[in-house]
Design a protein around this ligand. Sequence first.
Ligand code: UGA
Length: 430
Amino acid sequence: MNSAEKAIGVIGIGYVGLVTGTCLAELGHHVCCMDIDAMKISMLEKGETPIYEPGLPELLEKNRERMTFTTSLEEVFAACEIVFIAVDTPPTFTGDADLSRVFQVLSSLPGVSTGHHVLVMKSTVPVGTGTKISSELARQEAGDIDYVSNPEFLREGTAIDDFMHPDRIVIGSRNPEAGARVAALYEKLDAPVLETNVPTAEMIKYASNAFLATKISFINEIANVCEAVGADVTVVARGMGQDHRIGPYFLDAGIGFGGSCFPKDVAALKQIAGNSGYHFQLLTAVIEVNELQKRRVVNKLQKHLGALTDKTIALLGLAFKPNTDDLREASSIVLASRLMGDGANVKAYDPIALPNAARAVRGVLLCDDVLSAGEGSDAAVLVTEWDEFADLPLEKMKELMNHPLIIDGRNFLDPEKIRAAGFTYEGIGR
Ligand code: UGA
């Protein structure tokens, strides 16, 4: 390492922190990653990757020489001038973001931060948090610290590509010099940099996620109307998306959005608005439509099978989307408990998320492959559009299932092919 170039610190090595740290190393920076979870740090030191993210183990291995791992905050602040905070901010029961992990880091600063530091917030924090933190740091006399908001727009499953090819880099700061230093870390990337103040940067993150979630709930409602009037939502979405003002993305109808970001961020933005005296009506509807969407699958099953008591339903896919093992706020969890609540037996298979599933979907019989999930089932519901489901072993499934019914919760399968194999097929809005 060049003596003039200090390492970049990253505090919190979850999905966002680990991808950010590894990609910063790929851009040529030395990176010091810190987490309070000693087990995670020891895995990383041994060259193991604690989360599932395509391409991440290879990138970690490639950049090993530029990355160090520690559980010591002091070590990070001694080695690094620019320090990213990427701890998680889960929702509280009121829908507000829980900032306790952020404040835990801040409360340690007076003891560890000497000299000048730039604190860069990657975690999604409510609008106004940066201003609050800056005054708190000044009150604590925590040292010479600049605060910069640099929200992330990574998607699980494609996080590395999203980091390396961003649509934009948003930098919110009070001190433009500190903002420029953070922007310089990304200079090798070909992306516009939007420099603004801290609350605006914080709002860009929430507004982006809330808008994407709104697009999904909107197309889901269009799908529900399509079902009633005999239109095909997949073609409607294609036709809408060809209008460049609308764009083709995030118009896939299905059983609703999940994951650790959209549900939490939409609820938090609604709460931020409410706390400041504004009732965000549109977001209330976005959340409600998303809840109802998961339950519509139950109605579809009842339409074909009657009462679900003692029926066996196979869920194909449990993760909140493909290419991740993440089950946080996954539609599968709500669907499984709704089905069990109606007296059904639920079996499930997921190519990657099974190890996380035992705790998340208690009472569900976890199976090692599609055929064991299908065996003895009265219906199969495709919940996550994993590639492997594009080519289901239809003939064998038909033999093993009690009843040849497939509900395609992601409009992922070819209806003609499924019907030609002797199944009843139902998608969402087609
Ligand atoms: C989302 C955003 O896309 C990222 O830009 C953002 O950085 C991230 O949240 C975050 O705030 O950290 P992610 O939650 O990983 O990323 O996943 P998405 O690919 O956005 O999908 C979210 C959910 O929406 C999934 O359940 C997916 O199945 C669903 N979805 C997505 C649809 O139902 N229809 C669509 O057309 C697109």
